[in-house]
Design a binder for this molecule. Structure first.
Ligand SMILES: Cc1ncc(COP(=O)(O)O)c(C=O)c1O
Length: 448
């Protein structure tokens, strides 16, 4: 424990839901004792056993804090994929209608599982394709610019793929993206957006806005946005509200249906733990269920399954989100969700959220107590405005941090020049993981 830190230590107690009377103590040992106590009280602690942790060349279990990038593998997902490979080997084309999980309808029971996670009605969700592709498909239907109403409002510093997607949609409609896209940026000296600035911008742009497309949780800062308020403001001015849930699905409760959002899309390889490039998800609000009139880029899988194999000439879309499906279900890309979705149903988003708040609060308090002059936490302090990720801006040591973390068997995401993003996925991370990363950061920074 560094002397500098001990000198600045101010004892404090902060109640967190899972671990009452947590206090971050001035010694590393005490921090680890607290972590051990919190882990013992954690009602979700058994879920960690369902996951495989990377061990690296030194065969050391890693502290894995990268679930916001690629979630860990649930042990059951391997069997789920192998089962479909076996069906393919044994039955070949007959696997579409025979076998343990006929592929023709493989995706159907999975949509309700996903719907629970994102707070949607089952028919509002379809599992398909990939995130950016799906955003494009949804914008084909929900971004319908006119001469007067053509702007797209997005959060400043949005994930580049979203920026490229909206810019190319605007250009596709013959618009100048520089004119069509309005990015809301934090105020000078601030790292995150203020709610009032988001709502004021939407109202100020008013009737010029066709679409408000926001991330539900910002990929870089970890800021969580208020979907209900953003949607209400968008609807007030007659615009459509859509959300990218890449960093929100499986991370925070999003209550898509109740928020009134028109559409949303997410990937499943982050907090949903379905593996690289696995099948993604879309949400289309119930109010659009029968919107056969909306333009869409159709494919046979969006057609009514009753008539699909009669190969009708004319496309007749299914009700709800399923009508936006294009190609047949990517069975091997969906299989991991059979395992992962079941874990979410057992754990529940409510309990995961409680643990996520407790974990991030524990880590935030420990960092601010141990590294008050070395680290600026750019994620909002208020628990309601963040998910499972804390983004830290380092005062020094950025150049070597990635290597040092690796040497210490900590896997975290470093964004040059000076930001490290730590995700404490409540499904498998522990309070000990949080204590460990504080030690490692302390050691890295005191050597810099
Ligand atoms: C917020 C956000 N949007 C879009 C993407 C792009 O996802 P994909 O490559 O699955 O289309 C990512 C990927 O990490 C992301 O974090």
């Amino acid at each position: 424990v560094s002397q500098a830190w001990a000198a600045t230590w101010v004892p404090h107690r902060r109640a967190v839901p899972l671990c009452q009377e947590v206090s971050v103590s001035p010694t590393t040992n005490a921090l680890h004792e607290e972590a051990t106590r919190c882990d013992a009280q954690d009602p979700l602690r058994a879920f960690r056993e369902h996951f495989t942790f990377p061990r690296g060349d030194a065969d050391q279990p890693h502290v894995y804090l990268c679930g916001n990038s690629l979630g860990l593998q649930p042990k059951g997902s391997r069997d789920a994929v192998l089962m479909e490979l076996d069906t393919w080997r044994e039955l070949a084309v007959d696997g579409h209608f025979r076998g343990p999980n006929p592929w023709y309808s493989y995706h159907e029971p999975l949509a309700p599982l996903a719907a629970q996670i994102v707070g949607a009605k089952p028919h509002e969700v379809a599992l398909m394709g990939s995130l950016t592709n799906n955003l494009h498909l949804l914008m084909v239907s929900f971004y319908r610019p006119t001469n007067q109403r053509y702007k797209i409002i997005i959060e400043g510093g949005a994930f580049p793929s979203d920026r490229y997607a909206v810019a190319s949609q605007a250009a596709f409609h013959g618009l100048d993206p520089n004119d069509a896209i309005v990015e809301i940026r934090p105020r000078d000296g601030e790292a995150t957006l203020r709610d009032e600035d988001i709502l004021d911008t939407i109202r100020r742009e008013g009737e010029r806005v066709a679409l408000v497309l926001f991330g539900a949780v910002h990929y870089y800062t970890g800021q969580r946005f208020d979907l209900g308020a953003i949607t209400a403001a968008a609807h007030e001015i007659g615009a459509v509200a859509g959300f990218d849930l890449a960093h929100a699905a499986g991370n925070v409760p999003v209550d898509l249906h109740d928020s009134g959002a028109d559409f949303a899309a997410w990937c499943s390889y982050k907090y949903l733990n379905c593996g690289p490039g696995s099948a993604a998800g879309i949400f289309v609000h119930h109010r659009w269920s029968d919107a056969g009139h909306l333009p869409r880029f159709a494919g046979w899988w969006g057609n009514d399954p009753e008539t699909r194999f009669r190969m009708p000439e004319r496309f007749s879309p299914q009700r709800g989100a399923a009508g936006w499906q294009v190609s047949n279900a990517p069975v091997l890309g969906l299989a991991p969700f059979r395992a992962s979705g079941t874990l979410f149903a057992e754990a529940t988003m409510k309990k995961l959220r409680e643990k996520s708040v407790a974990l991030t609060t524990f880590l935030l308090d420990a960092i601010e107590a141990r590294l008050p002059n070395d680290v600026r936490v750019i994620t909002p302090r208020v628990a309601a405005s963040r998910g499972s990720q804390l983004s830290l801006q380092l005062s020094r040591g950025g150049e070597t941090l990635q290597r040092r973390l690796q040497d210490a068997h900590v896997i975290a995401d470093f964004r040059p020049p000076d930001v490290v993003r730590l995700a404490l996925a409540p499904m498998y991370n522990s309070f000990q993981d949080a204590a460990r990363v504080v030690d490692v950061l302390d050691a890295c920074l005191s050597e810099s």
